[in-house]
Design a binder for this molecule. Structure first.
Ligand SMILES: [Zn+2]
Length: 167
C-alpha cells in the first residue's frame, strides 16, 4: 500500500537518476478531493516515471481510479473510470514553462532542490481528470444544471506549488 511511498520527492534529482514510483493512496486520504465524490471507497493507483528526456526532466505515467460522482442533473450516481496519462515537465521558471512542448504540463519548482508532496502530484492529476460538471451522457436537460456545480476554480499545473506555499 502507501506505507513504502516517500512523502516528499525531489522531482529534478529523481529525473536525473531515473526512477519509477508506483503505488496507491486511499481516495479518502486526498484532502482536495473531499466533497467532490459520492463515495470515497477504493484507491487511486499510479505509476510515475521520473526521467530525462533531451534537455527536459519529465514525469510520465498514469493515474487510475474508479470514482463515483453525483450527476448534477438527476443526482443519481455516475461511475467514472479515470485513466489519466501523466505528462509533466519539471521546470524552475515561468520562462521554461512557456517553452514546453504542447504535450507537457509544467511542474514549477522554486529551486532545483525543491521537494514536493508525492500525493499532491497524484491528486492534481486526478482533479484534472474530473469533469467540470458531472452528468450522465443522456441526462441532457442542461437547464437543470446547478450553476454552482460548475466549479470556477480550475486546477492548474502550479497547484502543487501553491500548496507548498501554505507551509
Ligand atoms: Zn443523470
Amino acid at each position: 500500500m502507501s506505507s513504502h511511498l516517500p512523502e516528499y520527492v525531489a522531482p529534478l534529482s529523481l529525473a536525473e537518476k531515473g526512477c519509477l514510483i508506483k503505488g496507491e493512496y486511499p481516495l479518502a486520504s486526498l484532502a482536495r478531493l473531499q466533497g467532490m465524490l459520492a463515495c470515497y471507497e477504493g484507491n487511486v493507483r499510479f505509476d510515475l516515471n521520473f526521467e530525462r528526456k533531451g534537455r527536459m526532466r519529465v514525469i510520465t505515467g498514469s493515474v487510475l481510479a474508479d470514482l463515483e460522482l453525483d450527476c448534477q442533473v438527476c443526482m443519481e450516481a455516475i461511475d467514472l473510470s479515470v485513466d489519466r496519462k501523466v505528462s509533466l515537465s519539471v521546470v524552475t521558471s515561468i520562462e521554461q514553462a512557456e517553452r514546453l512542448p504542447e504535450e507537457y504540463e509544467a511542474l514549477l519548482l522554486e529551486s532545483v532542490e525543491e521537494t514536493v508532496v508525492l500525493m499532491d502530484i497524484v491528486e492534481d492529476e486526478l482533479l484534472l481528470a474530473l469533469p467540470d460538471v458531472a452528468k450522465h451522457g443522456d441526462c441532457s436537460n442542461g437547464e437543470n444544471i446547478n450553476e454552482e456545480a460548475e466549479r470556477e476554480e480550475s486546477v492548474n499545473p502550479f497547484s502543487v506549488l501553491a500548496n507548498l506555499k501554505k507551509d
